[in-house]
Design a protein around this ligand. Structure first.
Ligand code: C2E
Ligand code: MG
Ligand code: MG
Length: 672
């Protein structure tokens, strides 16, 4: 019994499909032969490969399926009918369709394996390490980048848990599936260990590894070595938070460390002290001996401070010659003052720097937490104010200290105001000069005049130099002020000479800050600018400049005197230099300080000192001038003591240029 044709075709189609799509080569050929013979129930029909040899005849038909394949029916000896032909044709076209489907599928599959192969290659060769692991952290794949980075081959690690690459104390030990699988990729910086044991910084990117249905079945980790970047970051960090010279924390790190510690102190309700240190006369050393020596001195000072302090005290360099220290576990004020005394004591011995024996003292201010403030900034500011007070009050070059008190703050605010208005004063021409005559003690004739700066503030009236010069010296503004004074005094001298006044010596005060290598040139330029002969200029310098008997100080002085300009030592007797020590310096005149003249003749001590200075100075070939002579009795004493010159209210107060001209025209000021 034969099947209905539809079912029969369906069956043929199914077996054809199965054969063409699943089989290849001889197996396919055999299956197609079987099928075609089943359909025709005739062994004369076949599936063949190659080109059909015969032409279609009454005994032979064939239908091409695809190039080089065909179905052929032959050997029926004239019995091939229309139905046979139609059936074979149908079979051939069905097979041809299946062949082309098969070819397309083959092509697609080939493309996709190629793509996969390429991707594997990319991952394999990528420089980054790409590691995949299952959800429990067991390594599934390990590319060459990973091998290069960690030093392990794929065989060594596949199947192991990723944890063995972690740095021992690494806290992110548990894998991070939950949160990151939920939220997608995650990027972090981690520490990992190489086969060599070396630990390094890596940037780690995680993304989920999913199966075809989108289910997470593991994690892909991309790692790259960022050690170089981390090192650079660390260096930058160091630069940002440490002082390059002393390697101590800088101001911003100090503030952070102190603020953190103070939070702790607040919790323990304990006390702390902030110490602000400014070295005395450091700028002088720096300016005269050069920055290399200054720097080395700072390093040595920092080292001595560190040796003096305990481990949990914080020491920082705030800038130039300023240091700050935080004492974090003090119970009482006196503990802070004990530490401060130890710090000052540490500076007692001279520092040896490049063959120089240098001494520096320090001015120290202390503020206390919590009473003076609860933050590093406020405490530093108050310790700074106290330091400033200590410096002002310091009769003692080696050092002094003060605790902050609220009354200091008010005077400090005044000082800051003074500083900012002084800057404006220079621009607004609020400074002017007065001249105080210097008189020859024997003839009473004016032989010179000292230029003294005055500041006329539009809103505040006349400000004494005693008030603003020290602030100008600290802020460095003195350089501009003194340059202006030198130039104005020379210009004035030019004007007098142009008006026919007999030339006389003009003295200009020079601040220690100004006493640097370029002073000789500046003096020369000022003289040239106004066509003043050098012998008519005298520079008054103070004793502090001689403190460090540096060769460079002497060299500067010699360059000045070589031009013909003379040097006088102002306020003599208030400093530390002995007369014999002065021999080393090319100084022509000693100016006895007003404080020794004041007590004459009643104060025997003053008389003895003034007398001795005059006597010894003469023996050493210095001229002597007494300043601040106010009374006839003082003058008499000085005449007897053989003083050369005098200056003081007895003769004249500092006066304007016009008034001085009047005095000069009189010829002499005082006659006995
Ligand atoms: P100094 O150089 O020792 O000047 C002498 C000071 O004594 C002047 O005060 C002068 O007016 C004052 N004086 C003079 N004779 C008498 C007197 O008989 N009795 C009294 N009681 N005082 C007298 P001044 O002008 O107030 O200057 C004070 C200090 O300011 C000066 O001391 C000097 O160190 C500094 N100074 C003044 N002008 C300048 C300047 O242009 N540059 C620099 N760097 N410092 C200056
Ligand atoms: Mg003077
Ligand atoms: Mg003086």
């Amino acid at each position: 019994m034969s099947m209905p044709p539809a079912i029969e075709y369906l069956e043929v189609g199914a077996s054809l499909g199965e054969a063409v799509l699943c089989l290849k080569g001889a197996e396919l050929d055999a299956a197609l032969n079987r099928i075609v013979r089943d359909v025709f129930r005739d062994a004369n029909v076949a599936f063949r490969r190659g080109k059909p040899e015969e032409q279609g005849t009454a005994d032979h038909v064939h239908f091409v399926v695809a190039p080089e394949t065909y179905y052929a029916l032959s050997g029926k000896k004239g019995r091939i009918n229309e139905a046979d032909i139609a059936k074979l044709n149908l079979l051939a076209s069905l097979t041809a369709q299946l062949f082309s489907t098969r070819a397309r599928l083959d092509q697609e599959q080939q493309a996709s394996t190629q793509e996969q192969w390429q991707q594997t290659q990319i991952i394999e060769h990528i420089h980054e390490s790409v590691i995949t692991m299952d959800l429990a952290g067991f390594i599934i794949s390990w590319n060459r980048g990973a091998q290069k980075l960690f030093g392990y081959t794929a065989e060594e690690v596949i199947g192991k848990n990723i944890l063995f690459l972690y740095e021992e104390q690494d806290s992110d030990g548990e894998l991070l599936y939950d949160s990151f699988l939920e939220h997608g990729g995650r990027e972090m910086e981690v520490r990992r260990k190489k086969k060599s044991g070396e630990v390094f910084w890596a940037s780690l990117n995680l993304s989920p590894l999913c199966d075809a249905s989108g289910m997470a079945i593991g994690i892909i980790g991309y790692l790259s070595d960022i050690t170089a970047r981390k090192d650079a970051e660390q260096k930058i960090n160091h630069l940002a938070y440490y002082d390059a010279l002393t390697n101590l924390p800088n101001r911003s790190l100090f503030r952070q460390l102190v603020d953190n510690a103070l939070l702790q102190s607040q919790r323990n309700s304990s006390s702390a002290a902030i110490i602000f240190i400014d070295l005395n006369r450091f700028k002088l050393i720096n300016d005269t001996l050069g920055h290399d020596i200054g720097n080395e001195l700072l390093r040595q000072v920092a080292a001595r401070f560190q040796l003096t302090l305990r481990e949990n005290d914080i020491v920082a360099r705030l800038g130039s010659d300023e240091f700050a220290i935080a004492l974090l576990d003090i119970n009482q004020h006196f503990q802070a003052s004990m530490v401060v005394q130890k710090l000052l004591h540490a500076l007692n011995d001279a520092f040896m720097v490049a063959g120089h024996e240098l001494r520096v003292g320090a001015s120290i201010g202390i503020s206390v937490f919590p009473q003076d403030g609860s933050e590093a900034n406020a405490l530093l500011q108050k310790a700074d104010i106290a330091m400033y007070k200590a410096k002002r009050g310091a009769g003692n070059a080696s050092g002094s200290f003060m605790f902050y008190s609220d009354s200091m703050n008010q005077s400090m605010a005044g000082r800051l105001y003074l500083e900012s208005s002084m800057r404006k004063a220079l621009e607004n021409h609020e400074f002017y000069l007065q001249y105080q005559p210097k008189v020859d003690i024997k003839s009473g004739k004016i032989i010179g005049a000292e230029a003294l700066v005055r500041w006329q503030r539009p809103d505040k009236g006349l400000i004494s130099p005693a008030e603003f010069i020290p602030v100008a010296e600290e802020t460095g503004l003195i350089l501009q002020i003194d340059a202006w004074v030198l130039d104005t005094a020379c210009a004035q001298a030019r004007q007098w000479q142009d008006n026919g006044v007999m030339p006389f010596r003009i003295a200009v005060n020079v601040s220690a800050r100004e006493f640097t290598n370029n002073l000789p040139v500046r003096v020369k330029e000022a003289l040239q600018r106004h066509q003043i002969s050098p012998e008519w200029l005298e520079l008054e310098i103070t004793e502090s400049m001689l403190m460090h008997s540096a060769e460079s100080v002497i060299a500067i002085m010699e360059q000045i005197t070589a031009q013909g300009v003379v040097l006088a030592l102002d306020d003599f007797g208030t400093g530390y230099s002995s007369l014999s020590y002065l021999k080393r310096f090319p100084i022509k005149t000693l100016k006895i300080d007003r404080s020794f003249i004041q007590g004459i003749p009643a104060d025997k001590n003053d008389c003895a000192i003034a007398g001795a200075i005059i006597l010894m100075a003469k023996q050493l070939n210095h001229k002597v001038i007494a300043e601040g002579v106010e009374t006839r009795k003082q003058l008499d004493f000085l005449i007897r003591a053989d003083c050369d010159e005098v200056q003081g209210y007895l003769y004249s107060r500092p006066v304007s240029a016009e008034q001085l001209l009047v005095l000069l025209n009189k010829g002499f000021l005082f006659k006995d």
